[in-house]
Design a binder for this molecule. Structure first.
Ligand SMILES: [Zn+2]
Length: 79
């Protein structure tokens, strides 16, 4: 089973500002630390699971995986 990894995602920049977080508990703790450092600037931060294949992309919305899927020959195409 692959190791799952999370990162701190910033909506403003559309990217991760931190990665190598290996549990949601660890990630929540990091969010609290960011909040304590800069309470006015954490509104766009969230804990997001990272794509196992593309470390710059969120797992649930990986643009590179989406692009690969559409580029692949679709052998199972039914229609
Ligand atoms: Zn991906």
């Amino acid at each position: 089973m692959a190791l799952r990894e999370w990162g701190i995602w910033t909506e403003n920049d559309g990217g991760f500002i931190e990665a190598q977080i290996y549990s949601t508990e660890q990630g929540e703790a990091r969010l609290v630390e960011y909040f304590e450092e800069d309470p006015d600037n954490v509104g766009d931060l969230s804990l997001v699971e990272i794509c196992p294949d593309h470390e710059q992309q969120p797992k649930d919305a990986c643009e590179e995986c989406a692009a690969e899927e559409t580029d692949d020959d679709d052998e199972e195409e039914e229609d």
